[in-house]
Design a protein around this ligand. Structure first.
Ligand code: SAM
Length: 275
């Protein structure tokens, strides 16, 4: 254990695992945040040595989340659940949607205690947004949670977000069961936003090595092929432009990162409507 991890900062929540790197804290580091530890930074640097686009992929993923949130709130949705929401950074879902409609309700969910502690600190006394420490692999812990019940009315359409999350559920049957349970809980008129890390556009040996290295994480990852990601949307209607690489999903303009090389994002993303 390093000097830094021994000297636990006062914002450190109790259940945090400091002996293993966490996706949430690595992602925070890649986006320029400060809520990460040396073990996270060292792991991120090892990943980046293998895959130099790593920081770029985090940035374009976050930009997609913001564009998708703006789109969904513009459809009249005013209640949101953000699964695998991560450590708060610029352009959090509640900032985007409450910026459009101040009455929007948001429930953040993450398995990483640092993410939830900081979400709670950021939300402060925001009465319309809250964060839950939970494992999405147990959907009922989230759907039946008193916070969810207080903020989300399941008789009205909901915006469900699972961005950069599904690859963290390594077992494909479990991933389909989990997303299926959340989809079933959504009433007609709801929107589902998913983004998943893929092997389809990167050299296979690099991505296989990357997936192998990810075993050290508190939540290891397994990338998915396009067909598998498409199945997560079954029964829903993908809105234009369909399932695409994140920079190609309704870009703001040609100045967007990776506008001309969207495949370098190594993600498949989509937004779909429940009929
Ligand atoms: N959704 C945000 C975004 O796209 O900007 C953050 C993505 S971050 C790469 C993935 C998040 O999923 C991490 O914060 C991680 O802790 C969380 N996560 C991974 N497995 C999870 C699980 N089983 N339950 C809840 N959260 C999980």
């Amino acid at each position: 254990m390093t000097e830094e991890t021994r000297r636990e900062p006062d914002w450190l929540p109790g259940a945090v695992q400091l002996d293993r790197p966490s996706v949430a804290r690595i992602y925070d580091y890649l986006l320029g945040g400060y809520h990460n530890f040396e073990i996270d930074r060292r792991t991120a640097d090892r990943f980046a040595a293998l895959f130099p686009d790593l920081v770029l992929t985090a940035q374009v993923n976050r930009a997609f989340l913001r564009r998708a949130a703006s789109f969904v709130v513009a459809q009249g949705i005013d209640q949101f659940i953000d699964l695998g929401s991560g450590i708060p950074t610029v352009g959090n879902l509640h900032e985007v949607v409450q910026g459009h409609n101040a009455d929007s309700h948001v429930v953040y969910v993450d398995i990483e205690p640092v993410a939830i502690a900081h979400s709670e600190a950021l939300l402060g006394d925001n009465p319309r947004a809250a964060a839950i420490l939970a494992d999405v692999r147990r959907p009922s812990d989230i759907l039946d949670h008193p916070t969810t019940k207080a903020l989300i009315d399941f008789s009205r359409p909901v915006g469900l977000f699972a961005v950069a999350l599904m690859h963290s559920i390594t077992d494909e049957d479990e991933a389909r069961r989990v997303i299926g349970t959340f989809k079933d809980a959504l009433p007609p008129g709801s929107y589902l936003t998913i983004g998943v890390w893929t092997t389809d556009d990167a050299p296979r040996d690099v991505m296989e090595k990357y997936a192998e290295m990810s075993q050290v994480l508190t939540t290891p990852g397994r990338p998915r092929e396009r067909a598998a990601v498409l199945r997560y949307f079954e029964g829903f209607d993908l809105v234009e432009p369909g399932l695409v690489h994140s920079p190609a999903w309704r870009p703001d303009g040609p100045d967007d990162l990776l506008f001309d090389e969207p495949q370098r994002s190594v993600t498949w993303v989509g937004v779909a409507h429940k009929p």
